[in-house]
Design a protein around this ligand. Structure first.
Ligand code: HEC
Ligand code: HEC
Length: 281
């Protein structure tokens, strides 16, 4: 292990090689149909990893199996709720998502490219930003909170129609500056424990920390259903929790910093499959 500071070494004293590694040859096929790439060569821009692995490969067989069939996946209830919301009119313009987008399947492929550059807005947009822009500008409805149940449900639906597609987030062109900012955040050590995202998810993945099997921290499975929380969890909520664990001061959910981090982290998973809504512990 290559910890530069005593604090980090002390903080991660509990890090041990994982004893109960999940079966490395397990294959993720959802509903006997959607074949997922859970391990592949790291994208070229990523120097710190040779192989990238989905968070699914780090979970126990029991948790893994919940994601293999939609009848077992507890997140699917929320996806169904979002389908209902999709067809329900809301706001002063008396429109539903379906009024303009037809079926949710019309957004197939979108998740694999998000976050992406929005030319009109002149900045990087996440799924939440697109949804709220449609709600406020086009439906004249109230925006949904970034971490609200309605928003998590809708982003789960948007992800679900792209499951199995290859994550392919752009990192060049107009998004570059935002991507660089996200990369900077990823490698910055935070909090009293002086830990960076990379300390855990790049240098120590596959180890155990506080009885948890450390993954590479990809976001191809988001929003994820966390058994611990018995609900969907957004990417920014997860970032927030991870930074809080280092006793650092988190950026705000929905902030430009977290959007930049989301873009960077998404790009580390280029080549994996869209899995969201995945199941995690
Ligand atoms: C009055 C029409 C209208 C309504 C209602 C509407 N949208 Fe949109 N939406 C658009 C238009 C126009 C765009 C931008 C053009 C495009 O990319 O399709 C857009 C873009 C989007 C995008 C980005 C798509 C992409 O490919 O970049 C998402 C996601 C989205 N809408 C979701 C929703 C959701 C969810 C709802 C309901 C809560 C909704 N929209 C309601 C018209 C609408
Ligand atoms: C002290 C170690 C530690 C640090 C630092 C840390 N995390 Fe985590 N992270 C964890 C643990 C433990 C989990 C739960 C097990 C897992 O999936 O790795 C987790 C989970 C995640 C997940 C969920 C992965 C999945 O497949 O569901 C993401 C995404 C994530 N972290 C991103 C980040 C980002 C971004 C940062 C930096 C802002 C960060 N983490 C910093 C320990 C850490």
């Amino acid at each position: 292990m290559k910890f530069n500071t005593m604090t980090a070494a002390a903080a991660l004293a509990l890090v041990t090689p994982a004893m109960l590694a999940a079966n490395p040859d397990a294959k993720l096929v959802v509903n006997g149909q959607i074949e997922m790439t859970t391990e592949t060569e790291a994208p070229e821009h990523l120097d710190g990893l040779r192989t990238i692995r989905s968070g699914w490969t780090f979970r126990t067989e029991e948790t893994q199996s919940l994601q293999m069939d939609d009848f077992d996946n507890p997140a699917m209830i929320y996806v169904d709720e979002a389908r209902d919301a999709w067809y329900a009119k809301d706001g002063a313009a008396d429109q539903s998502c379906a009024s303009c987008h037809e079926d949710p399947e019309s957004l197939e492929g979108l998740r694999a490219e998000l976050p992406k550059w929005n030319e009109e807005a002149g900045k990087v947009y996440t799924a939440e930003m697109y949804v709220n822009e449609c709600r406020t500008e086009r439906m004249e409805a109230e925006p949904w909170g970034w971490d609200s149940q309605e928003m998590k449900n809708m982003t789960a639906l948007i992800s679900s129609v792209s499951r199995g597609m290859t994550v392919d987030v752009q990192i060049d062109g107009p998004v570059r500056e935002t991507w660089e900012r996200g990369k900077e955040i990823y490698y910055t050590r935070y909090g009293q424990l002086e830990l960076a995202c990379a300390t855990c998810h790049e240098e120590n993945y596959d180890m155990n920390i506080r009885a948890d099997h450390l993954s590479q921290g990809h976001i191809n499975g988001f929003p994820t259903y966390r058994l611990k929380q018995a609900n969907l969890v957004s990417m920014h909520n997860r970032f927030n929790g991870c930074i809080r664990d280092t006793r650092g001061v988190p950026y705000e959910i929905g902030s430009e910093d977290f959007v930049a981090l989301e873009l960077y982290v998404a790009s580390r998973g280029n080549g994996l499959s869209v899995e969201g809504p995945a199941v995690r512990n």
